[in-house]
Design a protein around this ligand. Structure first.
Ligand SMILES: [Fe+2]
Length: 287
């Protein structure tokens, strides 16, 4: 089978990983699992909770409560995606054996390249985005390392620096790891600090962990495949934010966790110990 990432793409990935957003190329265009009929069939096999569909003409910054459902069935949304003005996500498609096999095959190509800096690829998950012409995915961040592969149409993702506290405050990271929604408030004043990356079929974007971004779809229907993983490093960074949240609760003002190559060892170890003690004491359920 042809590799999804050729030698140039793998070299480029290694240059970017884990902290620099940037473009790669891929060979998945034309793969039968991303034809509309295949996606309609997949959506019929999925749990409704794993399908999210919204109207697509959204502002860049939006309160998640205000994002409206488009009122169509999943199959009808996909069937009429050219004209219904929607964006939808099929989430955790690795629950389906065919898509899991594809996800594993693609990630196995680059897992050895990621291992050197962030360790094994943990919690592999995949998402498929189907969006109408012009649809906007509002400003947000995600907890995973992510490669977004474009299969059809074009989109522009504008990616921001996750260490820029004018873009996203440390408290927003803490709230997110406590279960807050992924959408972030968008301040027009920081607009120009983003890096706009436009991808067409055969191109992909590597997005670092929690690098804030928003997405503008081009003038045609878009299909994208997002392949994601967590790493030991990303869990440590999360636990450091969790500890900071606890410290803030008791009136302290902790310093923000550091990004890679810092390993946030002291705070993550302390957080894990506290979380374990709380579970033993019966204060928290096992995560
Ligand atoms: Fe995202």
């Amino acid at each position: 089978m042809m590799q999804t990432f050729d030698a140039d793409a793998r070299t480029r990935f290694q240059t970017l990983y884990p902290e620099t957003p940037g473009k790669l190329t891929h060979n998945l265009v034309g793969h039968p699992l991303f034809e509309l009929d295949a996606l309609i069939a997949l959506s019929g096999r999925m749990r409704p909770v794993d399908v999210e569909q919204n109207i697509g003409n959204l502002p860049v910054g939006i309160d998640p409560e205000k994002v409206a459902h488009n009122g169509l069935s999943v199959a009808d949304t996909i069937r009429s995606i050219e004209e219904n003005g929607s964006w939808m996500v099929l989430k955790f498609v690795e629950q389906d054996p065919e898509y899991k096999a594809l996800l594993d095959a693609v990630l196995d190509e680059i897992a050895p390249l990621a291992a050197g800096s962030t360790g094994p690829m943990l919690k592999r998950e995949a998402f498929i985005f189907v969006s109408s012409p012009g649809a906007v995915t509002p400003f947000h961040f995600d907890p995973e390392h992510n490669i977004l592969l474009q299969l059809r149409g074009q989109k522009t993702m504008t990616v921001f620096d996750p260490t820029d506290h004018d873009v996203v405050k440390p408290e927003a990271h803490e709230a997110f790891h406590r279960g807050a929604h992924r959408n972030l408030p968008f301040d027009e004043a920081i607009c120009a600090r983003g890096l706009p990356l436009t991808i067409t079929p055969g191109e992909a974007i590597y997005v670092p962990v929690k690098a804030p971004h928003w997405v503008q779809n081009g003038p045609a229907t878009s299909i994208s495949f997002s392949i994601t993983w967590r790493s030991e490093w990303s869990y440590r960074e999360q636990y450091a934010h969790n500890l900071n949240a606890m410290m803030r609760d008791i009136g302290l003002n902790p310093g923000a966790p550091q990004r890679y190559p810092s390993q946030n060892l002291a705070k993550s170890t302390a957080y894990r110990a506290i979380a374990k003690a709380r579970r033993i004491a019966g204060l928290d359920k096992p995560a």
